[in-house]
Design a protein around this ligand. Structure first.
Ligand code: F6P
Length: 357
């Protein structure tokens, strides 16, 4: 007999359902009497006792389905210890729900913030297994997160589509790519889409270097330039500001996002129009790509295996091509960023991609 709780928290992505299916299939094939409780809208469901006993049919046909059958919400980690508007202690409420249902384990699918709360619940004595979800690929301790490859496909498609129109009009185009504070998605989609310039949060850009890369292309007879710009990209000047000053500057920024600012600065220097395309949340939508389906099936099965062995307190990651249990205590709160001196950056530079640095 096993009683499992499951929730998906933070921004959604394409392979959440595939991962939950992996866990439940792995358990149901090996446990006589399995009960799976699904909490709605992430930690909210656990806090306010909003859940449902799921059945086998809930997990049937969902391998290819994007989003999450449980719904999700963002519950910031920094507010977890702060009582809600009615004075409810959220951590105590989550523990009560867990004990009331007599759960053997809680399987939590989510990104960095979600992982911090998962670790907090572990510290509070609950049995936790975490599965690393995010299109941003910024979770420490795993080579890859699920959602990342599917999002690369979509962002790459966006850049591919821009290529033909950019070439026809001889224009400079910016495609803004998601990724929050890290540049993994922009780096991979940028390379895959053949972007000429890639701007990442980890490599602050110099607008003059960006403009000279565009001029270099023009001189070589290429009338158009494509930039893949991470939503968190930052200029060299801004990177020098204190956290407080930067926050203030962002608050008063007259552009809707960093790409529009980059576009305005380029326009000012080259004297011709720059177009911006923002694929936005399409990058998190649709079906998971085959890679993510396989990844989630493996992560789910490995998670089930840990639950069968009653071995808790881990994130199940993918390390050097194999599933691996990684202690939550070792990874929670750490961010995996693109290393500016890494081989992939050096190789991209070698083939002529500019990072504006
Ligand atoms: O973390 C995933 C992500 O899609 C980031 O890339 C992006 O910055 C953020 O979520 C967008 O959040 P929201 O869906 O709340 O607008």
């Amino acid at each position: 007999m096993k009683r499992i709780g499951m929730l998906t928290s933070g921004g959604d992505c394409q392979a959440l359902n595939a991962a939950m299916r992996g866990v439940v299939k792995g358990l149901s094939k090996n446990v006589e009497d399995l009960e799976v409780y699904g909490f709605y809208e992430g930690y909210k469901g656990l806090i306010y006792g909003n859940y449902r006993l799921l059945t086998g049919s809930d997990f049937s046909g969902i391998l290819t389905k994007g989003g999450t059958i449980l719904g999700t919400s963002r519950q910031p980690f920094k507010l977890m210890r702060v009582p809600d508007e009615k004075g409810l202690d959220k951590v105590e409420a989550m523990k009560q729900t867990y004990y009331k249902l007599r759960l053997d384990c809680l399987v939590i699918l989510g990104g960095n913030g979600t992982q911090k709360t998962a670790n907090l619940l572990r510290e509070e004595g609950l049995n936790i297994i975490h599965l690393p979800k995010t299109i941003d690929n910024d979770i420490y301790g795993t080579d890859v997160t699920f959602g990342f490859q599917s999002a690369i496909d979509i962002a790459t498609d966006a850049i591919d589509c821009i290529h033909t129109t950019a070439a026809s009009h001889n224009r400079v185009f910016i495609v803004e790519v998601m990724g929050h504070k890290v540049g993994w998605l922009t780096l991979y989609a940028g390379i895959a889409g053949g972007a000429d310039i890639i701007l990442l949060p980890e490599i602050p850009y110099d607008i003059n270097k960006v403009v000279s890369a565009i001029a270099g292309r023009n001189k070589a007879g290429k009338g158009f330039t494509i930039l893949a710009v991470a939503e968190g990209a930052i200029s060299k000047e801004d990177a020098k500001l204190s956290k407080k000053d930067l926050k203030e500057k962002m608050k008063n920024r007259k552009y809707p996002s960093v790409s529009y600012e980059v576009a305005a600065r380029i326009e000012e220097k080259i004297g011709s129009e720059v177009r911006v395309t923002v694929p936005g949340h399409t990058q998190r939508g649709g079906s998971p790509c085959p890679y993510d389906r396989v990844l989630c099936t493996r992560l789910g099965a490995a998670a089930a295996n840990l639950i069968l062995k009653e071995d808790y307190g881990y994130m199940v990651g993918m390390v050097n091509g194999n599933t691996k249990k990684v202690p939550l205590a070792d990874v929670a709160g750490k961010l995996k960023m693109v290393e500016p001196n890494s081989k992939i950056i050096k190789e991209a530079k070698l083939i002529g991609i500019s990072f504006g640095d």
